[in-house]
Design a protein around this ligand. Sequence first.
Ligand SMILES: Cc1ncc(COP(=O)(O)O)c(C=O)c1O
Length: 468
Amino acid sequence: MVAVLDFEDTGSGDEAVDLARRHLIQPWPTAGAIGAEARGLIGEGDGIYITDGKGRRLIDGPAGMWCINVGHRREELARAMYDQAMQLSYNTPWYTMNEPSAMLAQRLAAHAPGDLSHVFYTTGGSTAVETALRFMQFYNNARGQPEKKLILSRGGAYHGSTYLSASLNGRPRDRDWMDGADGLVVKLTAPNPFRRPAGMSVEAFCDFLVDEFRDAVRGIGAEKIGAFIAEPVQASGGVIVPPENYLKRVRELCRANDLLFISDEVVTAFGRLGHVFASGDVFGIEPDMITFAKGVTSGYFPLGGLMVSERLLEDLRRSNHPDAMFAHGLTYSSHPVGCAVALKNLDLLEGGILDHARKIAPYFQARLKTLEELPLVGEVRGMGLMACVECVADRESNDPLQLDRQVGSRIDAHCHELGLLVRPLINMCVMSPPLIITKDEIDDMVTILREGISRTMEDLRREGVWRG
Ligand SMILES: Cc1ncc(COP(=O)(O)O)c(C=O)c1O
């Protein structure tokens, strides 16, 4: 869900608002508003702040879309893009290569777990996931197992908006009106401890998830399944932190059954959980592939990529089909400007921002956790610098459905007045600020959020929607 904020009476930006209404189609529109809406105009960004069309300064709670990791207006990043564009603005990756892409690949490989030694660059997260899936198909064709193509995904997942990546998505409502490659995908239960069956411990829930995985592989047949894909922490599904050891146990099952484990780190990489990649450093797993995007350039340039294990490449090089072609590539694969800004972004992360993110994360989580004092809040959960405040109708049922479905947007609207941009998701608010946020700024953020939720509770009571 995207907040739709109208600024009909803005001073500056009026023309842009009018032009947007007449000519712009924005992501995730409804049929009734498509091509006829203007969302909140943002004019400027600086550090953790953005300025809206009315000149109001707001804390950028979601860091754009989980991506402005080192903050807005970093001169070093702007210069890196300018310098690279002046040196070499583009080269075809079909017949040539450039220096920044090779240097970045080497630095990413050094951070990646296990033997993930190579990078295929894309234009963002969806194309990274698409590349991983097409690579799995190619890999199994080349090694003589063309039947081994099904993909295991999970409820609550979000993996992108291209046809195949979107087919993996498991959030409610994403697929209501959209087609997908349904025959290729099998969905497992979301690893969401907050929504586990009543009376079940988290440990038993973990066993249930692992058993379900094992049963699915047995039932379908490992010879028909190519890969399992998982966000280590489901991001857009509401910051779902899986039970401890769940990822390790599923990783083992993948290894035992010859399924490729794709870790979708489009959100969790580049410092969001305190490390360049979270799969190894946070969760202790070595995937076969990792997809990344967003924070790799802190959102300054659309770049993504796929890290691939040396073992898979070696299998291909030794296969019986040395002429088989991985017919997959993008005009902007290995874009020199994107890779140059990613190198500078990595300098900033390694130069102190990762350390800062690791140090400040417990404070961020603890301060947000205090919001559980409010009766509308069912749970505050999170990890690193990503968190979710989930609102519920009542604590006994934890039922979000009885509640006004737009409760997240209501909270966002109040917070906007008070100086904070929130990412509303139905009955949830997701917070993932730039990693440079300080303790004082976290205090400001939580104070505003508390007030925004309190005002929403008053509105809901007044309207008779909620009696908490
Ligand atoms: C985990 C995950 N994978 C993939 C994507 C898709 O990335 P993009 O929007 O850059 O195509 C997203 C986007 O939010 C994401 O959160």
